[in-house]
Unconditional design. Structure first.
Length: 227
């Protein structure tokens, strides 16, 4: 499998972050946490981070800083960046959810088989599939949509994402406990679930890398047309 262009960009950006002052580094990290894949595709977000690092380095040479130029309105600054970007890639969103779901299914069913039941076959209520899928979905939405909306807020608002995520998780757990029928069980065959989820994870990883490569080529093509 070819080296992920996104991984290379992230590595270069990490080196750049290490060479700017702490305050500008914190600002860039906040901006990047708000630029989730629900708002900007992963390749564009790394290009944006590279540009912000370059801006911070240039300002540092002029005895200034990114924090001085942005001021206190980080939310508006981030909103302008999102507006000027190519936006999210819905293919990426779907692939990343499949990646997260298959990865967690692989881990959870492996752990249950090895640590809880000591066997690849065990009895459980089929609602376990709904609960696991719901948990992954809530985590996916919380990390990719709810947290980024509040990360640039100040005061108590910046912690609202934690409260909202906790409420949603408690609601899901309560609903599952209420509708759970302990007498309605089925045999779970982890010997099928584990390899299938593993294969899906690997295929999704490959497709996601291919999609990032497509986004990179598309951006390069757009840049050539603008010149």
């Amino acid at each position: 499998m070819f080296e992920s262009i996104l991984t290379k960009l992230k590595s270069e950006n990490q080196i750049g972050l290490d060479n700017i002052n702490d305050q500008d580094r914190l600002i860039i990290k906040k901006v990047m946490r708000s630029l989730s894949f629900f708002r900007v595709n992963s390749f564009d977000s790394q290009i944006i981070q590279r540009d912000l690092i370059g801006m911070a380095q240039e300002l540092q040479i002029r005895n200034s800083s990114l924090s001085e130029n942005i001021g206190d309105d980080l939310k508006s600054f981030t909103a302008n960046i999102v507006e000027g970007s190519n936006g999210p890639c819905y293919r990426e969103i779907i692939l990343r959810f499949i990646l997260k779901l298959s990865g967690f299914f692989f881990i959870w069913f492996s752990a249950l088989s090895l640590l809880a039941y000591g066997s690849i076959r065990w009895e459980s209520n089929p609602i376990i599939f709904f609960y696991f899928t719901g948990t992954v979905l809530l985590s996916f939405v919380s990390e990719g949509l709810i947290e980024p909306l509040y990360i640039t807020e100040t005061g108590i608002k910046k912690n609202l994402h934690t409260i909202l995520s906790a409420i949603l998780f408690i609601a899901l757990t309560s609903m599952v406990l209420l509708i759970n029928d302990r007498s309605n069980t089925m045999q779970i065959n982890s010997g099928i679930i584990i390899p299938i989820s593993g294969v899906i994870y690997l295929i999704s990883t490959y497709l996601n890398n291919m999609n990032i490569y497509r986004l990179a080529k598309q951006r390069k093509y757009e840049s050539m047309n603008l010149e």
